[in-house]
Design a protein around this ligand. Structure first.
Ligand SMILES: [Zn+2]
Length: 136
């Protein structure tokens, strides 16, 4: 894939630029081989500056979750979750596509990119909805 390697651009901008291309990518350390989030210029694990960006699977697990109560006329309740990605980093986001109260610690989720606004961001939807059946 094409690497965005403009040194004038900060890691948060690189992250956003990838999202705008519908790619969920994170910096990976070439020294200790670990990913991290939120993107930084140096690896938070070992301090190395040798970072390269790679797309991640977007698969992860709910580490913690909170329902934020909000009046329905203001959009209704929503969920704020901390997701542990398969690649290791934890990312603060929302789990959508289910009732906010039904998000559970340990639920498997998959990332998708919300590009509705100028500032795209990653949201998650459950990989499998408990108790639901396949429809054909
Ligand atoms: Zn490192």
């Amino acid at each position: 894939m094409t690497q965005i390697t403009n040194k004038e651009v900060g890691p948060d901008q690189i992250y956003t630029d990838y999202l705008k291309k519908q790619i969920f990518a994170l910096p990976k350390c070439m020294k200790c081989k670990k990913y991290h989030f939120f993107p930084r210029t140096a690896c938070p694990h070992c301090g190395s500056f040798k970072l390269e960006w790679y797309p991640v699977t977007g698969a992860g697990e709910v580490y913690s979750c909170t329902t934020i109560y909000r009046k329905s006329e203001r959009g209704g309740n929503y969920n704020v979750s901390l997701i542990t990605l398969n690649e290791g980093p934890r990312i603060m986001s929302r789990v959508e596509g289910v009732e906010p109260e039904s998000v559970k610690i340990g639920s498997r989720v998959t990332a998708s990119i919300d590009n509705e606004t100028d500032e795209p961001f990653v949201i998650f939807t459950p990989t499998e909805i408990p108790g639901s059946c396949h429809t054909y």
